[in-house]
Design a protein around this ligand. Sequence first.
Ligand code: NAX
Ligand code: ADP
Ligand code: K
Length: 566
Amino acid sequence: MTELLTAAQMRAIEQAAIASGEVTGLELMERAGQGVVEAIFEEWPEYESAPQSVAVLCGPGNNGGDGFVVARLLAGKGWTVKVFLYGDPDKLPADARTNYEIWLADNQVEELTERAFRKEPYSLHIDALFGTGLSRPLEGEAFNVASHMSGRNGDDYSDSVVAIDAPSGLCLDSGTVLEEAPPSLGHPIFDQQGQEPRGRKPFQDRFAALTVTFDSPKFGHFVNEGPSVCGQVVVKDIGLEQWRVLKGTKPGTPPRSLRLPHSVLLGERPLVKDRRKPWISRFGFVRCKKASTKGHKYTHGHALVLSGGHGKTGAARLAARGALRIGAGLVTVGAPRAAMMENACQLTAIMLRQMDGADELRTLLQDSRFNVVCLGPGLGLAADREGLVLEVLQANRATVLDADALTQFEDRAEALFEVLHENCVLTPHGGEFARLFPDLAEKLNAPATTGPAYSKVDATREAAKRAGCVVLFKGPDTVIAAPNGLCSVNSAHYDRSAPWLATAGSGDVLAGFITGLMARGLDPMQAAETAAYLHVECALDFGPGLIAEDLPEQIPAVLRRLDVLR
Ligand SMILES: NC(=O)C1=CN([C@@H]2O[C@H](COP(=O)(O)OP(=O)(O)OC[C@H]3O[C@@H](n4cnc5c(N)ncnc54)[C@H](O)[C@@H]3O)[C@@H](O)[C@H]2O)[C@@H](O)CC1
Ligand SMILES: Nc1ncnc2c1ncn2[C@@H]1O[C@H](COP(=O)(O)OP(=O)(O)O)[C@@H](O)[C@H]1O
Ligand SMILES: [K+]
């Protein structure tokens, strides 16, 4: 797992490093430029022996400063380098100014305009306009050049753009490409699809082939539009590790303002393969060697999954199967009378109990061996369903609430928040999230016109705090947050891209995975993180053509590959 940083955290780390006197800003800038050049030759090894032509677009801050370093290093390797500057050279910050002057001693810098940029073709384009300092949408010639590069005039540059830190215009906290404020006419206007018009964005789709960032990836590389515009993300070490101290536990504890909330990116593949990384313990699994063989099925927990009525039972069975495969000792489906036969015909290892309403559920839950309940998948929205949710929450069991159990509380989420407890996990997709947290969804979907923009990470953290329990906000960029601010992102992008996971019922299986892991005693955050991670691993291993039923069946092979016991 990798720590994810905000732009402000990155700046704080850099400032702490410089303040220590052990490194200067200029040295960091040099290392950043070297990192970019290294990444270029790793991506295009053929360029090592064949110098190319390159346009370096430098902006008015330190991102531009990195650009001047890259220009100098590539020129030193025989490349033909053209440098454009957007902004006033007299206002460059000190380190960027130093590198500008070093470059200017033997070379030229041209003011950036679309016209000048388009005069000649280049093999490579370095985008060093804005990085972590982006605070408003691109304007003027920066906008014109960025939108030209992203295909406005029909030319596709995306295979030859290397973005330093970020494609310029991308907010590194929210993963949103900042847009101009939409036209204000004093009253709302709508387009033909009934949508309010949005401001212009320089790009919305793939912009760079490669994005080189420093020290740690930022949230914006992994959420919202980030993955579609970054191409691929390479992280280069610039020697800041000792200033990036989590929770201030090590000697030389940094000031409180620098202690970072624990935000991680869940196990990208290379780290998982590295046996030295202790990721397994965070995920709540044990390595085969250390596993206890003493347990029996009741020590592995008993999950209860509530089924919907006649004709709506499949979702609960998917969740139940997920819970059983991932390791619950026993799983029982509780179904209304009318749905008993339908369930009975399709369940074997999973048990079945009739359960017609809140009273029967209360009786069932008197059996304390049911240590986790999952409800929502296929549950339906009939008035009596709410009673089931309340009954489960009052029984104070570990609980996973998904789908209809969330939608049931649309417009009256407070009634749900009052009874939720810390042993619960909510698993909304975007629509369900908006029903429970309409104000947060509105902020999230509002045009992002200033940086740092409100992000899915902010929204999920706020939601978890408000609900008082773990919230897992689904999507290709699944964000998981606990009320105490712990947060992680489970990304299905880049080398973990698995678009075929967007298939009917896959969310039901995810709810089941979380349920099964909670049955095994994982705490809600661990269970949600582990389940989300394994869900994507199952999809990756199975590949295209996947349907929801395949996900639980893929679990044994994934656990075997990861060399862990349930
Ligand atoms: N933080 C670190 O540890 C390091 C940062 N470095 C580089 O420094 C960058 C950050 O530098 P800066 O903080 O100077 O910020 P940027 O270079 O990203 O932005 C420069 C300035 O432009 C202005 N600005 C923001 N949006 C604008 C817009 N749309 N139009 C016009 N002007 C706008 C802001 O005043 C901002 O401070 C990083 O992205 C990275 O490339 C590296 O040199 C090495 C180390
Ligand atoms: N493009 C995508 N790539 C990877 N995973 C995705 C993508 N879109 C959705 N998912 C995942 O698929 C699952 C869909 O869940 P959900 O929306 O509840 O669907 P359903 O109700 O049909 O089960 C979630 O786990 C979500 O994170
Ligand atoms: K950039």
